[in-house]
Design a protein around this ligand. Structure first.
Ligand code: APR
Length: 234
């Protein structure tokens, strides 16, 4: 089976009703990144950050995967698919994708403030318990925090993502402005003879010195078009 790597960003979940970050009306127009999405912001005001992610986590109860997520999952009928996402929502999982690398963490998980990437500290919250609070403790006794990779923190899964992209026969990029590294640099690891398809209604500051096919549509319509094309090429 040919291998496809799908690199997704916030635009993948836009049609599910989840805000992007840098579009008009995006999350970073309502909050300062350094206050709610950086390790310095968490250290400065853990309650503000914990509540920011409590609100985003509760929103997951009212949204569902869109057609784009479903078609990314359906690619697995014809290809060996790895999803490398910058998104922290669980919509790829709920759509049925089976191999997902979350570069920036997962909203449904919480962890230790002392050792956030220690697997023994990571817990998955359940729909009937979507909030954590200052004073809640991780197994190691430190304050429980969102399992999110904040600005200023390492991206532990980037090596796994690079490894996957280097094996891609086809790469699909959906709904990312390619503003944030190291994720934005992944397109540079796609083998030269592997085609890259970009699905995004807007132009994107392309981060690789190589050609790509831009399907200037939203995630669902773009995947409808690309799915038909690719399933005849598998
Ligand atoms: N379908 C596809 N793409 C869309 C849609 C849609 N319906 N709507 C918007 N987009 C595109 C925008 O044109 C833009 O290129 O999605 C992209 C969203 O870009 P950003 O808001 O910058 O989101 P993203 O690239 O995922 O941000 C990367 O920044 O703040 C951090 O950690 C956060 O993971 C996030 C990272």
């Amino acid at each position: 089976m040919k291998k496809i790597v799908v690199l997704t960003g916030a635009g993948m979940s836009a049609e599910s009703g989840i805000n992007t970050f840098r579009d008009s009306g995006g999350l970073w127009e309502q909050y300062r990144v350094e206050d709610v999405a950086s390790i310095e912001g968490y250290i400065r005001d853990p309650e503000l950050v914990i509540n920011f992610y409590n609100e985003r986590r509760k929103q997951l109860l009212s949204v569902k995967p869109n057609r784009g997520h479903e078609l990314v999952a359906a690619l697995e009928q014809y290809f060996d698919v790895t999803v490398v996402t910058q998104n922290v929502d669980d919509l790829h999982e709920r759509a049925g994708s089976s191999d997902i690398i979350h570069l920036h963490g997962e909203l449904m998980k919480v962890t230790s403030s002392r050792s956030p990437n220690d697997p023994r500290q990571i817990q998955t919250l359940q729909p009937d318990h979507m909030e954590i609070h200052v004073g809640d403790k991780a197994p190691d006794g430190s304050q429980l925090r969102p399992f999110i990779v904040w600005f200023g923190e390492a991206v532990p899964k980037i090596e796994d993502a690079v490894e996957a992209v280097m094996k891609a026969d086809i790469c699909i990029v959906i709904g990312t402005s390619l503003n944030v590294y190291p994720a934005a640099g992944l397109v540079r690891y796609v083998p030269d003879d592997s085609p890259i398809y970009l699905i995004d209604p807007a132009d994107v500051a392309w981060t690789a010195m190589r050609p790509y096919t831009h399907i200037k549509k939203g995630a669902s319509a773009g995947m409808e078009e690309l799915f038909e094309k690719l399933k005849n090429e598998c």
